[in-house]
Design a binder for this molecule. Sequence first.
Ligand code: AMP
Length: 174
Amino acid sequence: MTSPEDLKKYVRDVPDYPQKGIIFRDITPLLGEKTIFREVVELMSRAWSANPPDLVAAIEARGFIPGAAIAVKLGAGFVPIRKTGKLPWMTVMESYELEYGTDQLEVHSDAVQPGQKVLIVDDVLATGGTASAAVRLMRKLGADVVGVQVLIELGYLEGRQRLQDVKLVSEIVY
Ligand code: AMP
């Protein structure tokens, strides 16, 4: 297995994107390397394989990429968590705070049955606002949220603080 430090070679740091002062962690070089992409999917599945979830719920848009592969690997179904207005059927919504204003996540109201075990997946945990909203959204539907799996954790933003009541696993920490 490639070490977390070596995996960082496949993450491109893009300064001042999408706005000044942000270092964007671009995972497209990692996705484009067939052995590394496969390894990352295996790493991100590892903590959950002994007690697999019924569903993997991943967050639009980059969360979908590892999320769908992890669902297949774990033998779970897949649920897309989307920004508002994208889903065609009845939805449930959860709001979360941004630096300026708020944003919303939505999921189909029949996407999860009460008591189903759900693993939430995203590419990057930054402030934790998005992932904690996803946890609340899944719980609104009665899900048993077994954990949150991200590829990259930006430790300096302390997003982990917002997810204290759920198991959080990351593979690469900055
Ligand atoms: P947050 O809600 O602050 O934890 O932000 C997490 C969401 O925003 C994830 O869906 C990420 O894809 C995206 N994101 C936030 N910061 C970055 C970053 N520095 N590089 C790449 N994606 C980011």
